[in-house]
Design a protein around this ligand. Structure first.
Ligand code: PMP
Length: 398
């Protein structure tokens, strides 16, 4: 019944996210593919206690319809948090709690994009953002990343050539998939460019608290004087993803449009969970929890960097992420990371990663891959990297 489906669904092309969730995962594989947080670091008991506190203190009312923007007390806490860690000044009225950062991206796409609209995305970029944008049928313009973030000259050239570009999507902190962080100077220059060319910036920052060498840089939103930056973040990486709670900060017409589409989408996000997160933050120091997590993630990151240095072939270059979950490896031209993984590395070495094509709107880069160290113990990372490195050596020298 394909003829009955909306064109936006494009039934002959699977969701950009589909490849991330294999139907029959190999249980013996070392998977560098999944970007999931480490479950062993989830504060299960404290969150369980927080749910109990929320229910005991608020009773039946907790289970009533609540605000479409989300729990006010939690939004107030977030105002203080992003002022402290992101240097963003805002108010609780400007915050919308979302069903994960993923819904935030979707709401922004729904609020801004008509079919055929021009949007700019850094490449490579977050697969889930492509999956959300795809449904609104934009015209993508890919802007390359440099070691210190988005290539602003390339962005300006794009904006000159496509002056109707509406939206730029960027992950400035410990980027998914490359681990790259945008410099402060570029954050400032990016806002100036967006002002000049009348572009909205979607600043997606789920990893911004997970730095292994530094505290978070000022958000791009902190340089916004015209209300054109939408700041988006999430509890998925600093608490747990199944809480499905993210938040965005927006202003003026953009905020109103997002609230309108949010009502149509789901009326409101998960109020019971918001109250539990709020109770968790009352009873615990979330920054202490984050510090505990980053100590572990740093060890995992270090194990991956050691593996890259020890086992990978000379022809492979890689990023050195200062935070987050990911490393990006570039192989010599002509090597197809997709084919290599499905035909050789996964069946023979039982190692998986995400091939580069998935992170490009036009699926036109083949010789790179994303490795995630977030869910694996250092010893597992070491043995997986050894196996992967040997396979890559064989492929490059074949
Ligand atoms: N943005 C980026 C860059 C991500 O990596 C992710 C999840 N991996 C998300 C958004 C969405 O996460 P969630 O919906 O769990 O907050």
């Amino acid at each position: 019944m394909k003829e009955l489906l909306a064109q936006r669904v494009n039934p002959d092309v699977s969701s950009a996210l589909a490849g991330l969730f294999p139907k029959d995962p190999d249980p013996s594989a070392v998977t560098f593919a999944a970007g999931s947080p480490n479950e062993q670091l989830f504060p299960v008991k404290a969150v369980q206690a927080a749910f109990n506190t929320a229910i005991e203190t608020q009773g039946a009312h907790l289970f009533q319809y609540q605000s479409s923007q989300g729990n006010l007390a939690l939004r107030q806490k977030l105002v203080a948090r992003i002022a402290k860690w992101g240097q963003v000044t805002t108010k609780a009225e400007n915050i919308v709690l979302t069903v994960g950062g993923q819904q935030g991206i979707e709401l922004v796409a729904k609020a801004l994009l008509d079919p055929g609209d021009d949007i700019a995305v850094e490449v490579p970029t977050y697969i889930g953002a492509l999956a959300a944008f795809d449904l609104y049928q934009p015209h993508y313009h890919a802007v390359p990343l440099q070691a210190d973030g988005l290539d602003l000259d390339a962005l300006e050239a794009t904006l000159k050539r496509y002056p109707k570009t509406k939206l730029l999507y960027t992950v400035p902190d410990y980027h998914n998939p490359t681990g790259i962080t945008m410099s402060v100077a570029k954050r400032q220059q990016l806002v100036a460019l967006a002002n000049r060319y009348n572009v909205v910036i979607l600043e997606d920052t789920p990893y911004r608290d997970l730095g292994y060498e530094s505290t978070p840089l000022p958000a791009i939103k902190s340089f916004d004087t015209e209300g054109r930056v939408i700041f988006l973040s999430s509890f998925s990486k600093i608490l747990m993803p199944a809480l499905r709670t993210g938040w965005l900060v927006a202003d003026g017409d953009i905020l109103q449009a997002i609230l309108k589409v949010r009502l149509a989408s789901d009326l409101e996000a998960t109020g019971v969970t918001h109250a539990a997160i709020n109770a968790y933050m009352d009873a615990n120091d979330i920054d202490q929890h984050i510090a505990h997590m980053t100590t572990h993630y740093k060890q995992q990151r270090d194990a991956m960097l050691r593996g890259l240095a020890a086992y990978f072939p000379d022809g492979a270059t890689y990023t050195k992420p200062a935070g987050g979950f990911f490393d990006w490896v570039t192989l010599p031209q002509g090597i197809d990371a997709d084919q290599l993984m499905y035909d050789v590395i996964s069946p023979q070495a039982h190692v998986t990663y995400v091939p580069a094509t998935n992170f490009y709107p036009n699926r036109d880069v083949h010789n790179a891959l994303r490795l995630s160290f977030s869910g694996l113990a250092p010893q597992t990372i070491d043995s997986g990297m050894h196996r992967l490195g040997d396979q890559l050596k064989a492929a490059i020298h074949a």
